[in-house]
Design a protein around this ligand. Structure first.
Ligand code: HEB
Length: 746
């Protein structure tokens, strides 16, 4: 097939031809709600328990094999300096380094480096080889170690093997078996492009969305100057962070520092952590640009079938070893690339640097007036001068990084410590709470970025206490819908991407969560003070040292209110505990704030994102399926829980009762919907016969009637025979959301 033809459109077999996404590229897609299901997982519904499998792993034997692998150079991909350490560190770093704080997506938690687009990103050249070198070990240990864990653990072992003791390692990342479609990696259509991400200035789904569409900001240079759109964490499409040659290839170390600060900041790293990661990471290995990049063939996802998942076939000489072309840069940072040292920083400051070109023509720097004393990766008779990337020199030419890194010149042990801590954070940032962590190398030290929750203080409440507390909660005088709103404010902060948020920890009562607009701070404070009274009463009178947390009471309040509305029982799992303000990184929690939450009809679309797309995005972060999304919205509406008390979408004459009225009335053919004042966000539902306005709705409500697949679900729940099914499914989904963060009981 010649280049440029679209093979899918022409293929006259199942899945071929012109598809809906071709005809209607703007159609709301629900595909991200259908990922990683038993249908794509080879273990299917077998109930494979990765944690249990991991616990039977001979961890020491695995590590021993990994240590041996480091120097077991293979002819098909010979190791630089006879050691794969550098390559494996880069593999682990690129696996974890795609994490970004805004939506918690990316990161190494799912082993996604095996799939497109990551397996084919220009920044991941040659990592196909690194993963394949690991196959014999994965093959041997099988189910007991996931790819996701193995990619990261191998980086850890590599560093230890090269002489730096590390903070630790935790396993616990089950594999996925398909490319994750949920991550917005940017809107560019060319690799290394960044025409979209810097085009919109302050726009994105976050806080800044507020300014999107504000024409008065349009020409404000300050706002738009290199303002990377949210939620992205990289300066170019297909890179993990920044362009090594400098911003857009311009070799300006100080400007590179600005890009580094932005992008590493979005990986949740502060200046010290960032400097440590770069200075420590580039203590190892080398870069690869032996010849012109034209020699390099297609990436794995476009490579021919006989390449068997390998890509970037290199026609330059032997195409491997000394002839490898990866980034197109040709740098060896230190004299001991397979040993931990401080030489990287020593050289950065010892020499003046001269701009040169790599054999592939890329901008890089060479030490002026230095002897050639750096060893070659393959030829013992060859020596090189010290060289650096533009992004390396950022550590010297940015005044903040300079201050930090100069200190490490005299205190290498501080760099070692800072690197080892930052590396641990890098690899574990998106693993979730400690209750998910597995293995013998979990550090004792508890870090603030873990969002720690304390161990239970006192015995957990039992069934009798639960029913007693439910009674008390319902007789506090707080309206049931407010109990439900409060519970949702806590539970819905969870995101499945990095497993942060949720009700456990009771952080709804702390900064910053208690002041989020969507949480209705004034009302929340009133509700919380009543919950505290209930807690005080219980804890002072309960027998056997039993204690109830506010976190449990927040969830139980919702459970009691839903039970009352449903007239049937709702399950509840106690055992949450309350974190303190000191255990809460306020800045890190700010990233969990919902600026648009269609479940409570809060916020609306921007120029680039329709309201209902935000709803699906949120549903994905809550790990909901499309039917779960539908029952939740429908239930929350009839329970009258819009954030501002509005009646948009409250399609019922008996609000407060858990019924399928939302669907019944939405699907009522006697109602005609009209946009209010062309706003396209607010709609009136008018009785066709009487012309009377009956309901009002937002896009979050009407999408269940307009989108064919959501409508199909809505019809099921709107049927006369499915009233009970609706109630049952709502309760099941409510219970699921309540427990999304309960890895301690799963
Ligand atoms: Fe790096 C390598 C860039 C950061 C670790 N890096 C590298 C290269 C480049 C870079 C271009 C080459 C590739 C080839 O092969 O060719 N980086 C970079 C940048 C940044 C970084 C731009 C930001 C600033 N790194 C980093 C970090 C780490 C690292 C953070 C860790 C921690 N790297 C690394 C290593 C290596 C590299 C180890 C080597 C590899 C080998 O040896 O193979």
């Amino acid at each position: 097939m010649s280049q440029g033809e679209c093979p899918v459109r022409k293929a006259n077999v199942g899945g071929g031809g012109t598809r809906n996404r071709d005809w209607w590229p703007d159609e709301l897609k629900l595909n991200i709600l259908r990922q990683h299901t038993p249908v794509t997982n080879p273990f299917g519904t077998e109930d494979f328990d990765y944690a249990a499998a991991f616990k039977s792993l001979d961890y020491a034997a695995l590590k021993k094999d990994l240590h041996a692998l480091m120097t077991d150079s293979q002819d098909w991909w010979p190791a630089d300096f006879g050691h794969y350490g550098g390559l494996f560190v880069r593999m682990a770093w690129h696996s974890a380094g795609t994490y970004r704080v805004f939506d918690g997506r990316g990161g190494g938690g799912d082993g996604q480096q095996r799939f497109a687009p990551l397996n084919s990103w220009p920044d991941n050249v040659s990592l196909d080889k690194a993963r394949r070198l690991l196959w014999p070990i994965k093959q041997k240990y099988g189910n007991k170690i996931s790819w996701a864990d193995l990619l990261l653990l191998t980086g850890n072992v590599a560093i230890e093997n090269m002489g730096l003791p590390l903070t630790g390692f935790a396993g616990g990342r089950p594999d996925t078996y398909e490319a994750d479609e949920s991550v917005y990696w940017g809107g560019e259509t060319t690799w290394l492009g960044n025409d979209v991400r810097y085009e919109h200035g302050l726009s994105g789904p976050g806080k800044r969305a507020v300014l999107d569409g504000d024409e008065s900001k349009k020409d404000n240079k300050d706002i738009h100057s290199r303002d990377l759109e949210e939620p992205l964490g990289a300066a170019h499409m297909g890179l993990i962070y920044v362009n090594p040659e400098g911003p857009d290839g311009i070799p300006d170390p100080a400007a590179s520092a600005r890009d580094i600060r932005t992008t590493f900041g979005r990986m949740a790293m502060n200046d010290e952590e960032t400097a440590a990661l770069i200075a420590g990471g580039h203590a190892f290995g080398k870069t690869h640009g032996a010849g012109p990049t034209e020699n390099v063939g297609d990436e794995p996802n476009a490579a021919p079938i006989e390449a068997q998942g390998f890509g970037w076939q290199n026609k330059y000489k032997s195409g491997k070893g000394p002839d490898t072309i990866t980034s197109g840069l040709e740098v060896i940072w230190t004299k001991t690339p397979t040993k931990w040292s401080n030489s990287y920083l020593e050289y950065i400051y010892k020499y003046e640097w001269e701009l040169t070109k790599s054999p592939a023509g890329a901008n890089q720097w060479e030490a002026k007036d230095a002897d050639a004393f750096i060893p070659d990766a393959f030829d013992p008779n060859k020596k090189h001068k010290p060289r650096m990337l533009t992004s390396d020199l950022a550590l010297r030419y940015d005044p903040i990084y300079e201050k930090i890194t100069r200190r490490w010149l005299d205190h290498p042990e501080e760099l070692a410590d800072a690197f080892s801590k930052a590396w641990f954070k890098l690899l574990h940032r998106d693993l979730g709470p400690r209750s998910r962590w597995l293995g013998p190398e979990i550090p004792k030290e508890v870090f603030l970025w873990e969002d720690p929750v304390p161990a239970a203080d006192g015995a957990t409440i039992d069934d009798k206490d639960v029913s007693n507390l439910k009674q008390q909660l319902l007789s506090t005088g707080i309206e049931p819908n407010k109990l439900i709103q409060t519970a949702w404010s806590a539970t819905s902060s969870f995101r499945g991407s990095d497993k942060r948020g949720g009700a456990n920890g009771g952080r709804l009562r702390l900064e910053p969560q208690k002041n989020w607009e969507a949480n209705n701070p004034k009302q929340l404070a009133q509700v919380l003070s009543k919950l505290e009274e209930v807690q005080k009463n219980f804890n002072s009178s309960a027998s056997g040292g039993k204690k109830v947390s506010i976190a449990d009471l927040i969830v139980l309040g919702g459970v009691a209110a839903v039970e009352k509305a449903a007239g049937t029982s709702v399950p509840f799992t106690p055992g949450r505990t309350d974190a303190s303000q000191e255990q809460t990184d306020v800045q890190a929690f700010e990233h969990l704030e919902a600026f648009v939450d269609g479940f409570r009809n809060y916020g609306k679309g921007t120029k680039r994102v329709r309201t209902e797309q935000f709803l699906v995005d949120k549903a994905n972060l809550l790990t909901l399926t499309a039917p779960e999304l539908a029952v939740l919205v429908a239930g929350l509406r009839v329970l009258n829980t819009n954030w501002d008390g509005s009646s948009h979408g409250v399609f019922t004459n008996r609000p407060g009762k858990l019924t399928n009225d939302f669907f019944v009335n939405l699907l009522d053919t006697n109602i005609e919907w009209k946009a209010v004042d062309g706003s396209n966000e607010l709609f009136n539902g008018v009785d066709r016969k009487s012309g009377q306005k009956k309901w009002t709705a937002t896009r979050n409500d009407l999408v269940f009637g307009s989108h064919a697949e959501l409508r199909a679900v809505a019809e099921v729940y709107g049927q006369s025979d499915n009233e009970q099914k609706f109630v049952k499914d709502f309760i099941a989904t409510w219970h699921k959301v309540n427990n999304l963060d309960r890895f301690d009981v799963k």
